[in-house]
Ligand binder design. Structure first.
Ligand SMILES: [Zn+2]
Length: 145
């Protein structure tokens, strides 16, 4: 029994978890999920792409309250409860990454422009243990790091 990621290789865990994307060594274009075979910038023919840890923080660009079981890889399991989904613009890359909002955070408390940080939380459990994924958690006001 232990925990395992919902998708292998999409994020790191530990003290400071981060999404694992890729970055073109030539034009600097980021991609998530990582795209190592070619650059996702159509005007760039570089094929030297490296793995990159993406920003752990961003701001809410849009959000919604999801009442339905989401599609793969946002597996909700059998103990499905409505949850908030946030589209977050990453601080540095300016990419928008959709993820669930951390457990216990009320949809009503969210606002466009709020700062959030990435956390790894349980998505569901099965016979082999917990399956975890990334979620967005609002950064407490006044907190600094
Ligand atoms: Zn490129």
């Amino acid at each position: 029994m232990g925990s395992r990621p919902v998708v292998e290789g999409w994020f790191s865990e530990g003290e400071e978890p981060a999404l694992t994307g890729s970055r073109c060594t030539q034009c600097g274009t980021f991609a998530f999920p990582k795209q190592l075979a070619f650059c996702s910038n159509p005007h760039c023919d570089c094929d030297e792409i490296e793995e990159a840890s993406l920003s752990r923080r961003g701001t809410i660009w849009s959000y919604t309250n999801s009442m339905y079981k989401p599609p793969h890889p946002y597996v909700a399991g059998d103990d499905f409860k409505p949850y908030a989904l946030a589209a977050v613009e990453l601080e540095h890359e300016k990419m928008v990454i959709v993820g669930q909002v951390a457990a216990g955070v009320a949809y009503e408390s969210l606002a466009v422009g709020d700062e959030v940080e990435l956390v790894i939380e349980r998505l569901f459990s099965d016979d082999d243990g917990d399956v975890v994924t990334w979620k967005w958690r609002p950064v407490a006001e006044g907190a600094s790091s």
